[in-house]
Every structure is written in C-alpha cells, then in structure tokens.
Write a protein that binds this ligand. Structure first.
Ligand code: BTN
Length: 307
C-alpha cells in the first residue's frame, strides 16, 4: 500500500485523499493511517486544502521502496546482524533474492571473525541466493557479487572501485565495501548461499578505520542508497541467470589490483608472503613464494605490500 501511495504522490503535484482511496480501493481512514506512518518514517507530506503533496523522501531503503521486489525485502532499523536474520529466513525456506537490510547493526560481522562497525548512513544487507551449482563452485558466486557491486557503483556514481582478493572493493588503497559469504549445504547441494555486503555509503568509516573511505567522502555529496541497492540486485540477478559463470573470474581479473603484486596473506592460523600471480577458475589465489614454489590460497586476508 505505501509503495502505491508513494507512486501516486510522485506522479502529480497534489493528490486528494479521495482520489487515493478510489484508485487504491481502500477507505480514506486507511490512506490517512499510511500517510501518517510515512510521515513518521521521515517522508515530508504536506496536507493542503486540495490534497497531499510529497515534498521529500528519506534516504532509507524501506521495503516499500522496492515495489518490483514485493515480499522479498525485509528492512530493519536496528538488528544484531543481517547475516543472522538472513540465515533464519533461509532456513525457514524464504525465496531466492530475499534481502535483509539494516539501518544499523549492533553485532555486524566481518570476515575472519572480525567486527563490522555499522554506523548509520552505510548500506548493510544480506541477499539469500539458492544457486544450483556444486558447493565447490560457490567462490564464483561471491566473485560475481563483488563484480556486480563494482559495476553498480560505477553506474550509480561514476566511481571505479577495484576488487581486492577475495572480495573487497577499494578506491585507491582504501576500503569501500566488504563482502561476507555463508552457506548451508546438504550432501552435494547448496541449500542457500547468503552474501552479506557492507558499503561505506553515507557513513564516516574513517572515524573507526583510517584505511576506509565512503562514497560520500569521495563525491562530497550523499549517494542514493535505494538506487544503489536496486542496481546491484538487478546486476546480480542478470549475472547469475547466465548459463555459465566461466567469464566471472576473467572479468574480475580485469578489475583487480591484487595480481602481480607482493602480498601478505593472513589466515586464522598462518601468515605468509609471496607474489600474487593468478586466481584459479574457482577464485583461489595462486602465490609464488620466495623459494619459487607456488601455493594456492583458498581463504584469508590479503595485504598488498609496498613496491
Ligand atoms: C569484511 O570485509 O570483513 C566483510 C564485511 C561484511 C559486512 C556485512 S554488513 C551486512 C552483513 N551483515 C554482517 O554482519 N556482515 C555483513
């Protein structure tokens, strides 16, 4: 209902309560109730003698802002982590492309057991995927997610973000987005693969992490988080609908800053250095070690060493 009210209000300068109630086939009281809820959510809706006027909308990605994804978008003002909520929904059988969004997270999680500080203004969400591929190929889906995110950011803001192995997005040497994947597998089938994404959009990440940057810092103006999320989901849906994901890794390589650099890899148990020479077809990083042997790395954090 809120989607449809907003749609009608954005088509004309003034829309009467009567016209809304007639076109949406509900009572004037119902319209009035939804208008008040929208106002409480931050929409500026003026009442004039002739009807309602939509003056401004907040930047929050409320579920009713995605009418083309009806029933799939779950918005929360504050939750511990969108990963936990998405896992619960996925285990209860929610459809693919369900999305959990949080304005803030109180226990946001990063890779390798780290905390992801989730201040207001960032874009924090988890999308539930149900890819029909063997679990061993899941790396390609996370790589597809980072690629689609980089494309969506370029489309919406003109900013070219590069990808750093495995799935970070950077501008210059500063972190713009982080991606965390989580899956449940039964036998040889993926039940769900959840992709959690934190984007430094309109927040100020440099307050807690000097090596981070936000889109707002770069552009000197706020970005539209709703359009950014929409663009990303459309890119991802189109990408994952293609019959083969074979081209993902080659396109990822075109956007990466990791290859042909000296890197330090930190996993939960080990740290080692080498030259990043390639990424295999499933996303594992191939390193040339100081003794000239090669080593495949499947997970870990990658730090590019100064030249
Ligand atoms: C990383 O770079 O370490 C990955 C960070 C992933 C953060 C996102 S924010 C939305 C989702 N919910 C979480 O708790 N974590 C991911």
């Amino acid at each position: 209902m809120k989607s449809r009210i907003l749609q009608l209000l954005s088509q004309k300068q003034t829309v009467s309560g009567e016209a809304l109630s007639r076109q949406l086939n509900v009572s004037r009281v119902t319209i009035w109730k939804h208008i008040n809820q929208l106002r409480e959510a931050g929409y500026q809706i003026k009442s004039t003698g002739k009807g309602y006027q939509l003056k401004s909308a907040p930047d929050s990605p409320f579920s009713w802002e995605f009418p083309e994804r009806e029933g799939l978008v779950h918005y929360f003002d504050e939750i511990p982590s969108t990963m936990a909520k998405a896992k619960e929904l996925a285990r209860n059988g929610c459809p693919a492309y369900s999305v959990v969004i949080a304005e803030t997270q109180t226990s946001g999680r990063g890779r390798l057991q780290r905390t992801w500080v989730s201040d207001k203004g960032g874009l924090y969400f988890t999308v539930v995927l149900r890819p029909e591929i063997p679990p061993a190929l899941m790396g390609r889906v996370s790589f597809a997610a980072s690629l689609c995110l980089s494309r969506a950011i370029e489309k919406e803001t003109g900013i070219l973000a590069s990808v750093k192995w495995p799935n970070d997005l950077l501008v210059g040497k500063k972190k713009l987005c982080g991606i965390l994947s989580e899956m449940d597998v039964t036998g040889e089938a993926i039940d769900f693969l959840n992709i959690g994404i934190g984007i430094n959009a309109n927040n100020q990440p440099e307050r807690v992490e000097s090596n981070a940057v936000s889109l707002r810092n770069i552009l000197n103006r706020p970005v539209d988080r709703k359009s950014l999320l929409s663009s990303f989901l459309t890119e991802l849906e189109q990408e994952l609908a293609s019959p083969s994901l074979d081209h993902i890794i080659s396109e990822w390589k075109e956007r990466t800053i990791t290859l042909n650099r000296q890197v330090k890899i930190v996993t939960t148990g080990e740290t080692f250095e080498g030259e990043a020479i390639d990424v295999d077809e499933n996303g594992a990083l191939i390193l040339r070690l100081p003794d000239q042997s090669t080593k495949k790395v499947f997970f870990g954090d990658c730090f590019i060493q100064p030249d």
